[in-house]
Ligand binder design. Structure first.
Ligand SMILES: CC(C)(COP(=O)(O)OP(=O)(O)OC[C@H]1O[C@@H](n2cnc3c(N)ncnc32)[C@H](O)[C@@H]1OP(=O)(O)O)[C@@H](O)C(=O)NCCC(=O)NCCS
Length: 158
């Protein structure tokens, strides 16, 4: 079963060691860099939720969810919305349905309004990232037509 768990002193190294394949590195930052970004967001008024993705007791991936993200070039819908950033499943654990199950858990979490109310959730992704695009579209996300920092913006009404 897939679960989202907090990054802890015990699991942090295992999460930092998870990685995507070489040809996927242009799609997502390292988990160490993402956790560092969470720290910077927190100390600048942001609301990041970094999670380890577990398959039973095995760490297999990472995701970071933000609310009212600030300090970036932003799409029009960024105000009062959640953003899913840096979703990754380690290269050894891909294509087993973990990414799909993780997305279900991520959307369940967002629908609890953990940082405040929101009408929508958005995800920035590289237009050539076919796997991510298909995954997001299968959950009802649709491209808004905006490009932010060379990434397409896909949006789901909550
Ligand atoms: C995108 C990613 C998280 C998907 O995780 P995963 O566990 O391999 O995905 P799943 O096995 O759950 O597959 C979910 C869906 O993704 C899509 N998908 C996954 N791999 C794919 C591929 N190689 N080609 C096309 N679609 C693919 C399919 O729609 C698939 O659904 P289906 O099997 O019902 O057709 C994973 O490929 C990854 O970590 N990629 C690198 C990092 C990245 O690009 N993150 C997104 C940043 S925006």
């Amino acid at each position: 079963m897939i679960t989202l768990r907090k990054i802890t002193l015990e699991n942090r190294r295992a999460i930092f060691n998870l990685e995507v394949s070489e040809d996927q590195r242009r799609f997502v930052a390292s988990n160490l860099s993402s956790v560092a970004s969470c720290y910077v967001l927190t100390t600048n008024g942001g609301h990041p939720f970094p999670f380890a993705i577990y398959a039973d007791e095995q760490p297999v991936g990472f995701v970071m969810i933000t609310y009212r993200i600030t300090g970036y070039e932003l799409p029009a819908i960024a105000e009062d919305s959640y953003c899913i950033l840096r979703l990754m499943i380690d290269k050894h654990h891909q294509n087993r349905g973990y990414g799909r199950e993780a997305m279900k858990k991520i959307l369940q979490f967002i629908r609890t309004s953990p940082a405040g109310p929101a009408y929508c959730c958005w995800i920035p992704y590289k237009p050539e990232n076919v796997a991510a695009k298909r995954l997001y579209e299968s959950f009802g996300f649709r491209d808004s037509g905006e490009i932010v920092e060379n990434e397409s913006v896909t949006v789901l009404r909550l």
